[in-house]
Write a protein that binds this ligand. Structure first.
Ligand code: 4NP
Length: 149
């Protein structure tokens, strides 16, 4: 069973959407997987996803009741694959104490049709930015499952 961790900055917008979407797609494709998400910051620990992420994820059939937590060194042991949203997340995670950089990849590297390498931070955007993030993550998650399967 492959264990996948999504990482963004706050763990309330992008990475919980990645978590919810991957869990749903894996179920649909009957691929056994363990999924979680975390943030590099401690800004929103214990919070539910941003209401816009909840709305967009729920609309797409995902359960969005996870609570934010901060990334920590033991995640390098607990997960096989650490999927980061942007270059800043990538830098933070590979510089973390105990880092295993080989396990860390940008989400959009799993999407052969991606036209940019980052999933942009939608926090200061609107609902359409969250929809765009969810579209990017659907494509990336299907790519992740293609590699695992
Ligand atoms: P996320 O979005 O990293 O996709 O969860 C953000 C959420 C909160 C903040 C920044 C980005 N913030 O600065 O509080």
């Amino acid at each position: 069973m492959t264990r996948v961790l999504f990482v963004c900055l706050g763990n309330i917008c992008r990475s919980p959407l990645g978590e919810g979407i991957l869990r749903r797609l894996a179920e649909e494709r009957s691929i056994p997987i363990e999924v979680d998400s975390a943030g590099t910051s401690d800004y929103h620990i214990g919070e539910l996803p941003d209401h816009r992420a909840q709305r967009v994820g729920t609309q797409r059939g995902c359960e969005m009741t996870m609570r934010a937590r901060q990334f920590n060194s033991s995640d390098f042991q607990a997960f096989d694959l650490i999927v980061v949203m942007d270059r800043a997340n990538l830098r933070s995670v590979v510089r973390w104490p105990g880092a295993i950089p080989e396990k860390v990849r940008l989400a959009r590297s799993f999407d052969a049709n991606a036209t940019s390498e980052e999933v942009p931070d939608p926090y200061y955007g609107d609902l359409s930015d969250f929809q765009e993030v969810a579209d990017m993550l659907e494509a990336a998650c299907n790519g992740i499952l293609d590699e695992i399967d």
